[in-house]
Design a protein around this ligand. Structure first.
Ligand code: CA
Length: 223
């Protein structure tokens, strides 16, 4: 059971999401505009926030920015129109943990929410112990910390998951589809460039030689 805040101004979507979450055993609260959503999100009463971008008052980007500026680390999943996915992916660096393009099936959103709720420090019964190391990068799978040549780097949960897949398969070519499937966890829009965007983030954090582009095939973590 988790307490989930839905910030969404379209009553039909808000109620469909709230009903689905309640049916899944969660407590769902709805805020219908940006100001109310921000206040509610800052209350500390929620384990996760589902945040629409197009909102009356202040939009979702501004809500997210203010939320992070106030030091809140609550996981946020952004709902976005499909045609603005690129903007949204850039905005993830501004503090969102994930996004779901509209229109979405409830099952997609629920899969993201579950993933988020059990990620950092969560009591995931399947969580693995130990560490991975390759190419100067060290991932501690228990503490979810990453270091590069001994220097700590901050990775989002998604970046960490991507790094983990690369390092588990170091030296092997992984296709975009494999990475999407393993890191994003379900049938993601195959036209999405989210893998390329996240590989770009990891290259910036790890140093560019660590992840090679294999033309026409995908990516490879170099040994
Ligand atoms: Ca809206």
């Amino acid at each position: 059971m988790a307490r989930i805040l839905i910030v969404e101004d379209e009553p039909r979507i808000a109620s469909f999401v709230a009903k689905g979450l309640r049916a899944d055993g969660h407590v769902a609260t709805v805020a219908a505009d940006g100001h109310a959503g921000l206040d509610e999100a800052l209350s500390g009463n929620h384990d996760l926030v589902v945040l629409d971008i197009g909102l009356p008052g202040i939009d979702g980007y501004e809500v997210l920015e203010k939320l992070r500026a106030q030091g809140s680390a609550v996981p946020v999943i952004v709902l976005t129109a499909r045609d603005s996915v690129t903007d949204t992916v850039s905005a993830l660096e501004g503090g969102a943990d994930d996004y779901v393009p509209k229109p979405f099936r409830f099952a997609e959103l629920l899969a993201r929410i579950r993933l988020r709720l059990r990620s950092p420090g969560g009591a995931d019964p399947g969580s693995r112990d130990g560490a991975l190391a390759a190419g100067g990068v060290h991932l501690d799978l228990r503490t979810r910390r990453a270091t590069v040549d001994g220097r700590q780097v901050d990775l989002s949960a998604r970046e960490f998951a991507l790094a983990e897949i690369f390092m588990l398969n170091a030296g092997q070519v992984l296709s975009r589809e494999q990475l999407l499937d393993q890191v994003w966890g379900f049938d993601f829009d195959p036209g999405s460039n989210v893998v390329d965007v996240y590989v770009g983030y990891l290259r910036r954090k790890f140093g560019s030689p660590t992840i090679e582009t294999v033309r026409g095939m995908g990516y490879r973590f170099s040994l």
